[in-house]
Design a protein around this ligand. Structure first.
Ligand code: DAT
Ligand code: MG
Length: 150
């Protein structure tokens, strides 16, 4: 079973789309195993986006993600990384298909509402940046056997 980090970025919280984003992931069948509303500081922002440090948009990215609260979550499923990325859509909302979070709810690459880890390795690194072990819960859902055959 995979775990992946999802952030509802400042634009999502400010626009009142927290429930919408969570609802889409819940309805897909993923299991929520950790969640908090938090302010990302400059240091955490730089660590989180470290892979983009040399990109021209890095400074704006760091300012934006720390500009207002985010909702940080860990979601669990088989292939959670791929399933979350597909549910989110493309990085650029303008090229995201309808039916995806970014394709339905966003327009601008710099205001694309959500973050989702892009690989299992990124997921492990990012989950550890945002959550301690004790904050990630292991529990059974009564619906599990209605979502996964085994
Ligand atoms: P994703 O968030 O889909 O994983 P990414 O990791 O390549 O995309 O980039 C991180 C964020 O940086 C992305 O959500 C929005 C911003 N970004 C990416 N490419 C950009 C670009 N060409 N211009 C402006 N912002 C960009
Ligand atoms: Mg990324």
């Amino acid at each position: 079973m995979e775990r992946t980090l999802v952030l509802i970025k400042p634009d999502g919280v400010q626009r009142g789309l927290v429930g919408e984003v969570i609802s889409r992931l819940e309805r897909r069948g993923l299991k929520l195993v950790a969640m908090k509303l938090m302010q990302v500081d400059d240091a955490l922002a730089r660590q989180h986006y470290a892979e983009h440090v040399d990109r021209p948009f890095f400074a704006d990215l760091v300012v934006f993600i720390s500009s207002s609260p985010v909702v940080a979550m860990v979601w669990e499923a088989d292939a959670a990384v791929e399933v979350v990325r597909n549910t989110m859509g493309q990085t650029n909302p303008a090229s995201s298909p309808m039916g995806t979070i970014r394709g339905d709810l966003a327009l601008d690459i710099g205001r694309n509402l959500v973050h989702g880890s892009d690989s299992l390795e990124s997921a492990a690194r990012e989950v550890a940046l945002f959550f301690g072990h004790a904050e990630i819960l292991d529990y059974q859902r009564n619906t599990d056997l209605w979502i996964n055959e085994a």
